[in-house]
Design a protein around this ligand. Structure first.
Ligand SMILES: Nc1ncnc2c1ncn2[C@@H]1O[C@H](COP(=O)(O)OP(=O)(O)OP(=O)(O)O)[C@@H](O)[C@H]1O
Length: 640
C-alpha cells in the first residue's frame, strides 16, 4: 500500500516526539502524565532525564513543538497508512483510574463504554488501557536511544532474524489448492505490521534508566461500532527487584492471562456467507486484529457446498491450533463433521479449537461463545478467549448412520421452527424477517406436526432444570477459576469418547420415557439446543451450558391459543418463554423422534435433514472452542 503524500516518509521523524508516561496497574496500563509540547508542562519528566536520547526527543523548542502532536503521532501515522483513520474515533470517551474494566465489559459495543480516551489526541492522565484490549507489546528502542543516522533498527540489538521469521509465519504458504495464504492478493498486508517486523528492539529485556522503559503497545481501540488495532508509545515506569525484570513480558503475560498467544489459525471463509459479505467483513474487521495480535494465518475459501467438510478432513492438524470460520453457523458445523470423519479424530479435536468469526447470516455460535455478533469484537474474543470443551450432539438417521452419524453443535428442530427456517429459503431476500414471518404464519395456522418422542431425561421438571443449571454453572465457574490460577488441566479426549451409548440399531432403551401422545399428536415446536442463542435476538435455550452433558429441549402444543403463543414467542429475546406453563422445557441426554408426517423435514444446525426417525445423544466435551471469559454469554437464567 502506498503512503499518502501527507504521511511522514522517514522513521527518523518519529523519534522527535514526546510520550505519555504510564505505569502498570492490576487492570491495565495507566497513563500517569500526558505528552506535552512544552517542557514545563511535561509532568513528571525529571530535569535529569529531560532531553536525554532515552526519551527520543531533544530539548530544542522547535523539536518539542513538533512533538506536540502527542503520543498519537505514531497512531495517526499508522492509521493513515493502513486506512484506519481515526478521524471519527470516539476519543472523547474516557475512563478514569479506579473505573477500569476487566474483560467482561470490554466487548460491549456501546461507544459510551470505551475505557480510554484522548483530548486533542492526547490520553488523559489516569486513563487505563485494560489488559483485555492489549494485543501486543514490544520495546521500541533500547535504553541508549536512537542513533543519529535515523536508523532505528541499528540502535538496537539485532533481532531482525526473529522478526523476519515472524513475518514469514504471518504469511505461511500452503500447497493445498483449497488454501489461500495470507500473502495472496486477497490479503491486505498491514504496513504497521511490516514496520513492527522491522523493529530492532523487540522483546529485549531493556533495563531503563530510573526504571523507565520505552514500550510500544498495540491495542484494540473502539472506532464507531468496531475495534481497530492502534499503536501507542509509552514511557513505562517499571520498578522490579528482579534483575531479569522484563516489562514487555509482564504486559504480555497480563494481557494473555489464561489464553494462548500467537495462535496459529486456519481461517475458512465462505465467500457466499452473509449474503456475499463474509470475505469483506473478515478482511476489514477481523484480519487486522488477528495480525496485530501476531497470530499466523492461512486462509481457505469454500468453493462449493460442504467444501469445509473436505477441508477439515484434510487439514494438517499439526500446523494449527485454531480453525476460525468466517461464516455463518454452517461452516463450523461442516468443520466439526469433517474432523469427525478423520481416522485421527481424537487427536484433531484435542489439537484444534473451532470458533466462529460472525460473517454469515446466522451467527448463533459467536453470539453464544464470543457474546457478540460483531466481527471485530468476536475477533478480540478469539484472541483472548479461554480454550474450553463443549459437548456435541450425535445424530443418527437410517439413511446415513451406518456410514457416519452427523455431529451437531447447535440444535435440531422439527415442526414450526424447522419449516420456518428451511422452507422459507425462497424468500431469503427478506433477511431475518423471513424466519419470523414463517413462524408467525405457521403458528397462526396452528399447524400440527405429529410424531412419537422418547426421552432420556437429565432434568424433567422446570424446578429440576433450575437446580441442574445452578449446580453445573457453579461447577463450571470453579473450573474456570482453577484455570485462572494454574495451567489448564490436561483434558484430552480419546477414541472411546466417540463411542455411542445408544446406537440407533439397538432400539429405544427401557429407561427412556415416551412423551405424552396428547402432546406429540399435536406438536407445534420440537427444538433441542446446546447453545443459549439461536440468533442474535433469540435466547431460545437460556439454561444451556457448554459441557453439562445435556441438551435443552423446548416443546409446544399446536393447540395453544394464538393469544397465548404470541407472548410466548415475543419473550424469546428475554428467554422467559421457557417459564410459561404451556411450554415444556427439560434437559435430556438423548432422544428419539419418529415423525408421523409424510412431508416435512428436520433442521440440524440450520441444515436440512431428511424426514426419517432421528436419534440423538450428547457426546460430552468432545469439541474445543474459545469462550469469552471461559463461559457462554450470561443468559440471566438463574435470576428468572
Ligand atoms: N462456494 C460455495 N458455493 C455454494 N455453497 C456454499 C459455498 N461455500 C459454502 N457453501 C454453503 O453455504 C451454506 C451456508 O453457509 P454459512 O452458514 O456460512 O452462511 P450463512 O450466510 O449463515 O448462510 P445461511 O443464510 O444459509 O445461514 C453451507 O451449507 C455451505 O456448505
Amino acid at each position: 500500500m502506498d503512503l499518502p503524500p501527507s504521511a511522514p516518509q522517514s522513521l527518523s521523524s518519529i523519534k522527535e516526539r514526546s510520550y505519555n508516561r504510564a505505569t502498570l496497574t492490576d487492570d491495565g496500563i495507566m497513563i500517569t502524565s500526558q505528552a506535552s509540547a512544552n517542557p514545563s508542562n511535561s509532568g513528571s519528566v525529571s530535569n535529569s532525564n529531560r532531553g536525554s536520547g532515552f526519551y527520543g526527543y531533544n530539548n530544542s523548542t522547535s523539536s518539542l513543538q513538533s512533538a506536540a502532536s502527542s503520543c498519537f503521532e505514531t497512531t495517526s501515522l499508522i492509521s493513515c497508512v493502513t486506512c484506519l483513520s481515526d478521524t471519527n474515533s470516539t476519543d472523547h470517551h474516557h475512563r478514569q483510574h479506579g473505573d477500569s474494566d476487566d474483560t467482561s465489559g470490554l466487548l460491549s459495543q456501546d461507544p459510551d463504554d470505551i475505557p480510554y480516551s484522548s483530548v486533542n489526541r492526547q490520553l488523559l492522565v489516569n486513563t487505563v488501557i485494560p489488559y483485555g484490549r492489549i494485543l501486543y507489546a514490544k520495546y521500541l528502542e533500547n535504553p541508549n536511544g536512537y542513533t543519529d543516522n535515523g536508523n532505528e533498527a541499528s540502535s538496537s540489538k539485532a533481532t531482525n532474524g526473529a522478526n523476519a521469521h515472524d513475518s514469514e509465519t504471518n504469511v505461511v504458504a500452503d500447497a493445498s489448492p483449497a488454501l489461500k495464504t495470507a500473502s495472496s492478493d486477497d490479503t491486505i498486508k498491514e504496513p504497521f505490521l511490516q514496520d513492527e517486523n522491522n523493529d530492532g528492539g523487540e522483546n529485549q529485556a531493556a533495563t531503563g534508566r530510573d526504571g523507565y522503559q520505552l514500550v510500544e503497545i498495540t491495542f484494540a481501540k473502539p472506532r464507531r461500532h468496531d475495534l481497530v488495532p492502534k499503536r501507542l508509545t509509552l514511557l513505562i515506569n517499571f520498578f522490579s527487584s528482579s534483575p531479569d525484570a522484563d516489562v514487555v513480558e509482564e504486559i504480555l503475560a497480563r494481557s494473555y492471562k489464561n489464553t494462548k498467544r500467537n495462535r496459529s489459525v486456519l481461517v475458512i471463509i465462505n465467500p457466499h456467507g452473509g449474503k456475499g459479505k463474509a470475505k469483506k467483513l473478515f478482511m476489514s474487521k477481523c484480519q487486522p486484529i488477528l495480525l496485530a495480535s501476531r497470530c499466523s494465518l492461512d486462509i481457505a475459501y469454500t468453493k462449493y457446498a460442504c467444501h469445509a467438510v473436505d477441508i477439515a478432513r484434510q487439514v494438517d492438524v499439526d500446523k494449527y491450533d485454531t480453525i476460525a470460520c468466517a461464516s455463518g453457523d454452517g461452516i463450523p458445523y461442516e468443520v466439526m463433521n469433517g474432523l469427525y470423519q478423520r481416522a485421527d479424530r481424537a487427536k484433531a479435536f484435542n489439537k484444534l479449537a473451532i470458533t466462529q468469526l460472525p460473517c454469515g447470516s446466522g451467527n448463533a455460535m459467536s453470539v453464544s461463545c464470543h457474546w457478540t455478533s460483531n466481527p471485530s469484537y468476536a475477533t478480540l474474543s478469539l484472541v483472548k478467549g479461554v480454550e474450553s470443551r463443549i459437548d456435541l450432539m450425535c445424530c443418527s438417521q437410517p439413511s446415513y448412520y451406518e456410514s457416519s452419524p452427523r455431529l451437531s453443535f447447535l440444535s435440531q428442530t422439527y415442526g414450526v421452527i424447522a419449516e420456518s427456517d428451511i422452507n422459507t429459503e425462497f424468500i431469503r431476500w427478506l433477511g431475518p424477517a423471513r424466519f419470523e414471518l414463517g413462524v408467525a404464519f405457521n403458528v397462526l395456522q396452528r399447524k400440527k406436526y405429529p410424531c412419537d418422542v422418547w426421552l432420556k431425561y437429565a432434568a424433567k421438571s422446570k424446578n429440576e432444570v433450575k437446580t441442574h443449571y445452578l449446580e453445573h454453572k457453579k461447577k463450571a465457574e470453579e473450573t474456570v477459576s482453577d484455570v485462572n490460577s494454574t495451567v489448564a488441566p490436561e483434558d484430552e479426549i480419546t477414541d472411546a469418547d466417540f463411542v455411542l451409548k445408544y446406537p440407533y440399531d439397538k432400539g429405544v432403551p427401557e429407561d427412556w420415557e415416551k412423551l405424552d401422545s396428547s402432546v406429540t399428536d399435536n406438536l407445534g415446536i420440537f427444538y433441542t439446543g446446546k447453545m443459549p442463542y439461536m440468533a442474535a435476538d433469540a435466547k431460545f435455550f437460556p439454561a444451556a451450558l457448554p459441557n453439562d452433558g445435556t441438551m435443552d429441549l423446548v416443546v409446544t402444543d399446536a393447540r395453544t391459543s394464538v393469544t397465548r403463543m404470541a407472548p410466548i414467542l415475543l419473550a424469546l429475546d428475554k428467554g422467559t418463554h421457557v417459564l410459561q406453563p404451556e411450554v415444556i422445557h427439560c434437559k435430556i441426554v438423548a432422544y428419539k423422534l419418529i415423525p408421523k408426517l409424510h412431508s416435512s423435514l428436520f433442521s440440524v444446525d440450520g441444515e436440512k435433514f431428511p424426514l426419517e426417525p432421528l436419534q440423538v445423544e450428547v457426546l460430552p466435551r468432545i469439541c474445543k472452542t474459545l469462550l469469552r471469559n471461559g463461559c457462554y454469554v450470561d443468559t440471566e437464567f438463574d435470576s428468572m
